[in-house]
Design a protein around this ligand. Structure first.
Ligand code: PMP
Length: 427
């Protein structure tokens, strides 16, 4: 049993010693002390079904024994920086990761987070093209450092810092967007930005295939191929941010961009890559990777032996346990059940997503699509009381985010939907 400090004691310390901007999902914050696969346990040993997976971070399951063993074994043997010496862990992981990517995408740079991965990707695009302008999508999230905060396009996550040479294109949002599901029409806006907002040449374009923080919005079909074509004509590189949609989460594919029939020039990843340990990566072609040889580029802990060993174990577990297939089967079943809740509950405006990356947008008026902001907080709290943790997101904060560990079962899906149905009925 847990004998550490109580939730109240931890809250007090957090208030005194940690960032005042910490977000709490619940009225009474949860004190989590243990995790096992798709379950989390609080200080009293109470079990919760985790349908948020630490923001799509946990892909194999909490404390998956193979991943834990790989981390412990490597920690006992050696942990150090990767920069100066050889070690097999980083090389083995890079080789395995490259084998998961199409085309010529086979040079890997490791980082410690998604922000760092995207910062590096943006810099490479700028160096490679000799241009500065980057186009990203409104409602996208790419990180919180100087460059990535520019590409991030939600005021909620932007501080008043200088932002130069970033343009935010119309979001191909199939629920609220002006062109519905016509991806090619939205892509016209990127061409217009190139034509009217730049010298006609750009460094690149960055987008998530499914916006995670933005509320599980899947780019309208036809959008990415049209945009990639415009960007390449303007000399730019296409960057796929797979921080949330990568690592088998979408079920139908290993990477989110694959559902759109495109091959990016640079792919960035984090979160699921390490099943909870801090690691990120940028994968690109040998030709683009060369831009970093003109100066010294190094990252003290990027691809360190412990995180690399953990990452390699994650890839093996995804394969061994057929987690992509599971994400597809369980995710499709869950989406179907959630969609049927829409007939019963007027507050559900939209059910969307792919595999185990699903979103449910709540509105108080289906015609006006008025965000149900207060209602979602109440519902999340009630679901927590019944033992189910879901996330929330979207610009208005009115979208349930369901991104569980990929070992989620049909029974878990049933429990989640039943609990959601019950709390919606009680409201
Ligand atoms: N890209 C996407 C799509 C993300 O969702 C996030 C984190 N929410 C990031 C980048 C930034 O990753 P990190 O928080 O690890 O810096």
């Amino acid at each position: 049993p847990y004998t550490g400090p109580s939730a109240a004691e931890i809250s007090k310390k957090r208030k005194e010693y940690l960032s005042p901007s910490i977000v709490h999902l619940f009225k009474n914050p949860l004190n989590l002390v243990d995790g096992k696969m798709q379950y989390l346990y609080d200080e009293n040993g109470r079990r919760y079904l985790d349908a948020f997976g630490g923001i799509a971070t946990v892909c194999c399951g909490h404390c998956h024994p193979d991943v834990v063993a790989a981390i412990i074994n490597q920690t006992k043997r050696l942990q150090h920086s990767t920069v100066l010496y050889l070690n097999h862990a980083i090389a083995d992981f890079a080789e395995a990761l490259a084998s998961k990517l199409p085309g010529d995408l086979k040079v890997v740079f490791f980082t410690n987070s998604g922000t760092e991965a995207n910062e590096l990707a943006l810099m490479m695009a700028r160096l490679y093209t000799g241009c500065h302008d980057i186009i990203s999508l409104r409602n996208g999230y790419h990180g919180n450092a100087a460059g990535t905060m520019g590409a991030t396009a939600q005021s909620n996550y932007k501080f008043n810092t200088v932002q130069i040479g970033v343009h935010h294109a119309l979001n191909p949002d199939q629920y609220r967007g002006v062109f519905g599901s016509d991806g090619v029409k939205y892509a016209g806006d990127v061409q217009e930005i190139i034509d009217y907002g730049t010298c006609g040449r750009v460094a690149g374009f960055i987008a998530e295939a499914i916006q995670g923080v933005g509320g599980i919005l899947e780019l309208a079909p036809g959008y990415l191929p049209a945009v990639y074509s415009s960007i390449r004509k303007a000399g730019g590189l296409c960057i796929a941010d797979e921080v949330q949609s990568g690592f088998a989460r979408t079920g139908s594919h290993f990477w989110g961009f694959e559902a759109h029939d495109v091959v990016p020039d640079i792919v960035t990843m984090a979160k699921g890559i390490g099943n909870g340990i801090p690691i990120g990566a940028v994968v690109t072609t040998p030709e683009i990777a060369k831009v970093l040889t003109y100066r010294t580029y190094f990252n003290t802990f990027g691809g360190n032996p412990v995180c690399a060993a953990g990452g390699l174990a994650v890839l093996r577990v995804i394969e061994k346990e057929k987690l992509q297939q599971n994400a597809f089967v369980v995710g499709s079943y869950l989406k179907e059940r959630l969609t049927s809740l829409k007939d019963k509950h007027e507050i559900i405006g939209d059910v969307r997503g792919r595999g185990l990356m699903l979103g449910i947008e709540l509105v108080t008026d289906r015609q006006l699509k008025t965000p149900a902001k207060a209602e979602i907080l109440h519902l999340m709290d009630q679901m927590k009381e019944l033992g189910v943790l879901v996330g929330k997101g979207g610009f208005h904060g009115n979208v349930f985010r369901i991104t569980p560990p990929l070992c989620f079962t049909k029974e878990d899906a049933d429990f989640l939907v039943d609990v959601m149905d019950y709390t919606l009925s009680k409201m």
